[in-house]
Design a protein around this ligand. Sequence first.
Ligand SMILES: Cc1cc2nc3c(=O)[nH]c(=O)nc-3n(C[C@H](O)[C@H](O)[C@H](O)COP(=O)(O)OP(=O)(O)OC[C@H]3O[C@@H](n4cnc5c(N)ncnc54)[C@H](O)[C@@H]3O)c2cc1C
Length: 305
Amino acid sequence: MLRSFFITLSKSTALRSFAMKNALAQRAARRFVSGLTLDEAFPAIRELNSKGIQVTMDFLGESVTTQPEALAAADEAIRILEFIASRDIRGNVSVKLTQLGLELGQEFCRDNVARIAAKAQALGNFLRIDMEDTPATDRTLEIFHAMLERVGPAHVGIVLQSYLYRTEGDAAEVMKRGGRIRLCKGAYKEPAAVAFPRKTDVNANFVKVMKMMLDSGLYHGIATHDEAMIRATKAYAEEKKIDRRKFEFQMLYGIRRDLQEQLVGDGWNVRVYVPYGDQWYPYYMRRMAERPANVLFILKNLFRK
Ligand SMILES: Cc1cc2nc3c(=O)[nH]c(=O)nc-3n(C[C@H](O)[C@H](O)[C@H](O)COP(=O)(O)OP(=O)(O)OC[C@H]3O[C@@H](n4cnc5c(N)ncnc54)[C@H](O)[C@@H]3O)c2cc1C
């Protein structure tokens, strides 16, 4: 119930413009957002790297409605890749296709993504394409597969969501072509026609697809803060004698730092998703949806002197 409520609020443009101008809301968002600019995000990146944690940088924004906005978002992703190269950061870049013009035309978006993928390839780095809600899934996969053909699996990867019935098939298809996957549970509101309504089924599917991924021998990302999913992954890697360095755990900036550091200390690869930018509202509301207890936590901290 609360989850749906927050996801619905995440789409409200009125609330978005109110929150983005409100100083208290901006302060609250800082728990999950590393800064308004790449320079402001830099200390967070450096701190994570110094602990042995890699990053994936995300310039916040989605569902753009004009071509100039989409072109500017692609320019910023390219700037991230250059920033990473010039400062010796251990990190890569993540993008959302609705920020790169997916709603403005498939070809326009594909060309925009191709510019970033080419830059990632030229700099020996990697572009991760995030997955959004199901109206975008087929179009996102089409662009990902086109990029995979162009730059190869060392330079582009995709995200798949274990709450979708289709994910097992999509994962098999991606891996058949050598593609690298970030597996997560899924952050959007989806109907029972396409997604498991029960958490236990989402988790069971996560474990099933995680095993397929680890068996593939390709370098994938297991993105979760759920200790049960992490335990299942570690146990499977140990049972199958899969080297800890052959895949990575991924978590979000500001969530379960203790667990991030513990995993790195135990010799597992960890990457943290570090978002920045002033378009933080929908991302922030999805984080609220995942854990409504965050609202109480935030209210308590906001009003603390
Ligand atoms: C690196 C990364 C990239 C992602 N990329 C995408 C993507 O491209 N597309 C997409 O749909 N989703 C994406 N997600 C979000 C994902 O789908 C889930 O919504 C999110 O990770 C919460 O699921 P969970 O696996 O942590 O498990 P849950 O069962 O939701 O949570 C398990 C535990 O984790 C902690 N936790 C989880 N979320 C929060 C939170 N917001 N605040 C505080 N504690 C929390 C709590 O302790 C909770 O009990 C990504 C997640 C990660 C980690």
